[in-house]
Design a protein around this ligand. Structure first.
Ligand code: HEC
Ligand code: HEC
Length: 212
C-alpha cells in the first residue's frame, strides 16, 4: 500500500514535467514552421501594414485556443482571406497547435500608434468603455475584458493592433467575409457601427499597448 502510494505521488510529480517538455518541443517545432509567417507578421510577430493592400495583425499575446480557431476558420473559409487561406491549408492540426504555442511564448511586441485627433480618441474610448445603449452597441470591454486586454480563449486582446487591421475586421463582419464569431456575437455589433466610429475605435486600440 505504501509502495502504491509513493508510486502515485511519483506519477503526479512527473506528469507536469512531461507536459512541460512536450510544450517546449511543440514551441520548437512551431518556431521552425513559423519562418514563412515572418514575411508578413514579422519575425517578432508584431504585424505589418501594406497601405491600401492589407493589414497583418500582431499575432503574439493571443490565446493559443483562439489562434488555432482562426487558422481552422481560414482553412474552412468561415474567415475568408486570400493571404491566410493558403497558409492555414498548408498546416496540419498539429502544426497549427505548434505555431500557436510558439507565438504565445514570445514577448508581446507591437507598434503603438500615435493617437488620432482628440475628438476621435474620445469617441473611441467612449464606445470601448461605455458603448452606446440607445443603438444597442454594448461596451467592448463587457466581452473583451478590462481595457479590452482580452478574456480567456474566446475574446481576443484588441490593443496594439494596427488601426488598419481593426478596421478591416469590422468591415469584414459588415460584409460577411468574416462570419466565424462565437454565437454570432460580433456581426450585429459591427453592423451598428458607422464608418467614423470604426475609425475612432481602430485608432483608440492602436494607441494602447497590448499586454499578455
Ligand atoms: C502573405 C502574408 C501572410 C503570411 C505569410 C501569413 N499571414 Fe497570417 N495574416 C495575414 C493577414 C493579411 C491577416 C489578416 C486577414 C484578415 O483580415 O482576416 C492575417 C491574420 C492572421 C491571424 C489572425 C489573428 C487574429 O488576431 O485574429 C493569425 C492567427 C495568423 N495570421 C497566423 C499566421 C501564421 C501562423 C502564419 C505562418 C504559418 C501566417 N499567419 C502567415 C497575412 C499573412
Ligand atoms: C458580446 C460579446 C462581444 C462584445 C460586446 C464585443 N465583442 Fe468583439 N469579439 C467577440 C468575439 C466572440 C470575438 C472573437 C470571434 C472569433 O472567435 O473569431 C471578437 C473579436 C473581435 C475582433 C477581432 C480581433 C482579432 O484579433 O481579429 C475585433 C476587432 C472586435 N471583436 C472588436 C470589438 C469592438 C470594437 C467592440 C465594441 C464596439 C466589441 N468587439 C465588442 C465578442 C464581443
Amino acid at each position: 500500500m505504501k509502495r502504491l502510494l509513493s508510486l502515485t505521488a511519483l506519477a503526479a510529480f512527473l506528469l507536469p514535467i512531461g507536459a512541460q517538455a512536450q510544450d517546449a518541443q511543440s514551441i520548437e517545432r512551431g518556431k521552425q514552421a513559423s519562418m514563412v509567417c515572418a514575411a508578413c507578421h514579422m519575425p517578432d510577430g508584431r504585424g505589418s501594414v501594406v497601405p491600401n493592400v492589407e493589414a497583418r495583425p500582431r499575432i503574439t499575446g493571443l490565446d493559443p485556443v483562439y489562434f488555432v480557431k482562426q487558422l481552422q476558420d481560414y482553412k474552412s473559409g468561415a474567415r475568408d482571406n486570400a493571404s491566410m487561406k493558403p497558409m492555414a491549408t498548408m498546416l496540419s492540426d498539429k502544426q497549427m497547435q505548434d505555431v500557436a504555442n510558439y507565438f504565445a511564448s514570445l514577448p508581446v511586441v507591437h507598434d503603438v500608434a500615435q493617437p488620432a485627433s482628440e475628438d476621435m480618441m474620445k469617441l473611441g474610448e467612449r464606445l470601448v468603455k461605455l458603448g452606446e445603449w440607445d443603438r444597442f452597441i454594448p461596451a467592448c470591454v463587457s466581452c473583451h475584458g478590462a481595457e479590452a486586454r482580452g478574456a480567456g480563449a474566446n475574446f481576443p486582446n484588441l490593443n496594439g493592433q494596427p488601426a488598419e487591421y481593426t478596421e478591416q475586421q469590422l468591415i469584414a463582419w459588415q460584409k460577411g467575409t468574416r462570419k466565424n464569431d462565437l454565437l454570432g456575437l460580433m456581426k450585429p455589433i459591427a453592423e451598428r457601427l458607422n464608418e467614423n466610429e470604426i475609425k475612432a475605435l481602430a485608432a483608440w486600440f492602436a494607441a494602447q499597448p497590448a499586454q499578455k
